[in-house]
Design a protein. Structure first.
Length: 95
């Protein structure tokens, strides 16, 4: 199971600030495909978003472990291209 947290424009596009999935895709690239399939509104913002896995900004090949917290971060809410930087826990909270 994984928890997905949506921020800013991603939250608006998803229509929720968080959700839990019993089964998550194996990696971040597959997660993007699955997110768009489940929530069509994300198609317009997701390409510009960064994804953090357990508070670490992740690249497309990053694996998603069971129990992970995933943050969908549009530009301006922490989604700038800072790959490899750790996010402050205070930032990775739904608004």
């Amino acid at each position: 199971m994984v928890t997905i947290l949506y921020f800013a424009a991603a939250r608006e596009a998803a229509g929720t600030d968080r959700e839990t999935w019993p089964d998550a895709p194996r990696d971040v690239a597959a997660l993007r495909v699955a997110l768009t399939a489940r929530r069509a509104g994300l198609a317009r913002v997701l390409p510009r978003c960064r994804i953090a896995v357990n508070r670490e900004l992740a690249d497309e090949s990053a694996l998603i472990p069971d129990g992970a917290a995933l943050a969908i971060l549009p530009p301006g809410s922490g989604g700038a291209p800072w790959i490899g930087r750790t996010l402050d826990p205070a930032v990775v909270r739904p608004g």
